[in-house]
Design a binder for this molecule. Structure first.
Ligand code: NDP
Length: 493
């Protein structure tokens, strides 16, 4: 549990309580000073152009890759997750930095846009310009991957970034800023500020050009309200309650393996983790049996050989306990785990069946290594139930003939077919949710555009053909305009 001691934030291992390290807390004045420094750095960074930024971002990526085991040890010390999991997470982050560095010019660079007959005497140009300084507020569950998505897009687009990591993972956030400073020593293009929620709120009020927030839906609403005070635009990556559908023609063993990993990796503390499964009747029993068998073999503990570690936030254990208790009280059954599986700071794998659809375990984000499996008549019913919640982040479909069609119908930002969570590692695809899971996109072309504003420029290249946008037009010219309107727009096809 992080504590503030004499102006420093103390980060501890959630499983052992061992101190991982400390960082100074940034009050409102310190946040404002960091943003001010970032403003100067942003001008320098912007004038480097796409090639200059690409070279430096790839240098940073190389340095992080070189020190990836050091990073994994730090993430383990702060979150308790096994180092192997932290290395998988870091690989995703490095891929996003690499992709953004290499693709920024293609996506954002100046280009000519085709004009039409109307205003044909003008040329049209489009480019995407940076905001200046972007504030990135990140969660603790993937303290490398989640901030590196918006950071890499924002930096590649020409912005400087001030990062506010979660109070549970400040050292990891500081490590990102420190390695960046080592690779790019000239200006503080990426800085970290630390503290509790009030430090994040100070960053929202500090006059940054945009705020990228990743965290719970409840905090997302607070961030949006704070940013509304200064009309600061936001991209919000909120929580989720992702569903996985298993159709009758699915490979059941592959689906079960994906369910277990998708639900239990990182002790279920994954925004795009699988929390609900809808299996069609012919394969339901086989899916439940295979999931129970595979999940029952997982090892839990703080040692590095464990499949997953502790629940990082002590308060979350009670949420998980409440969801399991509610499911059981209301007729659900634990075919693996159950209330006995909750042994703080660990929660052992829990598989729940026959859980009513209006129970907390089905409707609210559990953020633990639990999964509900429900029997459905067909894919249509599975899609309807999956779409019945305000959340809409990711999801998955296992099957053949109807799988892609079902994937399209799921109300979410991303869906993987015959795999889980794949889209988060695919740097060329956008990532983000709908409804209570937030709005805006990180990663891919859309992610780069999210951290820049479009700038349209027209340039006259000849005399005006039909002078309409002037007080000096004549009645004859207006009559010609009427003719032109009928010619151009008068047909229904
Ligand atoms: P929180 O919402 O509690 O915190 C997220 C960040 O916001 C932290 O840095 C936090 O600081 C900061 N913060 C808290 N209060 C404020 C405030 N009033 N103004 C500005 N910033 C504030 O989320 P968690 O860290 O608990 O992360 C877990 C949640 O994140 C889950 O719901 C999960 O689904 C979601 N998530 C979503 C992802 C996505 O891409 N959609 C990816 C990963 C996680 P502090 O820690 O100091 O309180």
């Amino acid at each position: 549990m992080p504590v503030i001691d004499d102006g420093t934030l103390v980060s501890t291992n959630p499983a052992t309580g061992a101190e991982a390290g400390r960082v100074p807390v940034s009050d409102e004045a310190a946040v404002a000073a960091a943003v001010e420094r970032a403003r100067t750095a942003a001008s320098w960074w912007q004038q480097l152009g796409y090639d200059g930024r690409r070279t430096r971002l790839l240098r940073w990526r190389a340095l992080m890759a070189e020190r990836v085991t050091e990073l994994a040890a730090l993430v383990h010390a702060e979150t308790g997750k096994p180092e192997a999991e932290a290395i998988v997470e870091a690989a995703g982050a490095l891929e996003h930095v690499d992709w953004a560095a290499r693709n920024a010019r293609r996506v954002l660079g100046p280009r000519r846009v085709r004009t039409r007959l109307v205003l044909a005497e003008h040329g049209a140009h489009l480019e995407y310009q940076p905001f200046g300084v972007v504030g990135v507020i990140g969660p603790w569950n993937y303290p490398v991957l989640t901030p590196c998505g918006p950071i890499s897009s924002a930096l590649a687009a020409g912005n400087a970034v001030v990062l506010k990591p979660s109070e549970y993972t400040p050292l990891t956030g500081q490590w990102l800023a420190d390695t960046f400073a080592e690779a790019v020593p000239e200006q503080p293009v990426l800085q970290a500020v630390h503290g509790l929620g009030d430090t994040g709120a100070a960053l929202c009020r500090a006059g940054v050009g945009k705020v990228s927030f990743t965290g719970s839906t409840a905090t997302a609403k607070k961030v949006m309200a704070t940013c509304a005070e200064t009309l600061t635009p936001v991209v919000l990556e909120g929580g989720g309650k992702d569903a996985l559908i298993v159709d009758a023609d699915a490979d059941v063993a592959a689906a079960a393996e994906a369910i277990v990993w998708g639900a239990m990796t990182n002790a279920g503390q994954t925004c795009i983790g699988i929390e609900r499964v809808y299996a069609v009747e012919p394969v339901y029993d086989a899916v439940v049996a295979a999931v129970v068998e595979k999940a029952g073999r997982l090892t839990v503990g703080v040692e590095d050989t464990a499949d997953y570690g502790p629940i990082t936030m002590p308060g979350q254990v009670e949420v998980i306990r409440r969801h399991i208790a509610d499911a059981l009280e209301r007729g659900g059954r634990a075919v693996l785990g159950g209330l006995d599986a909750v042994r703080p700071p660990f929660v052992h794998p829990t598989v729940l069946v026959d859980v009513p659809e209006d129970s907390a375990a089905v409707r609210e984000e559990t953020f633990g290594p639990t999964v509900t499996i429900a029997k459905v008549r067909d894919v249509d019913e599975a899609v309807a139930r999956a779409n019945a919640l305000p959340y809409g982040l990711g999801g998955a479909v296992f099957g053949r003939a109807r799988a892609v069609a079902a994937a399209r119908r799921l109300r979410s930002g991303m869906t993987s077919v015959n795999s889980v969570l794949t889209y988060v590692g695919m740097s060329s695809l956008p990532f983000g949710g709908v409804g209570d899971s937030g709005f805006g996109r990180i990663h891919g072309d859309d992610g780069l555009r999210e951290f820049s504003r479009s700038k349209a420029i027209t340039t006259r290249r000849g005399p005006t053909l039909l002078p309409a946008m002037t007080f000096e037009r004549t009645p004859a010219q207006v009559a010609r305009l009427v003719k032109a309107i009928r010619l151009l727009y008068g047909r229904s096809r």
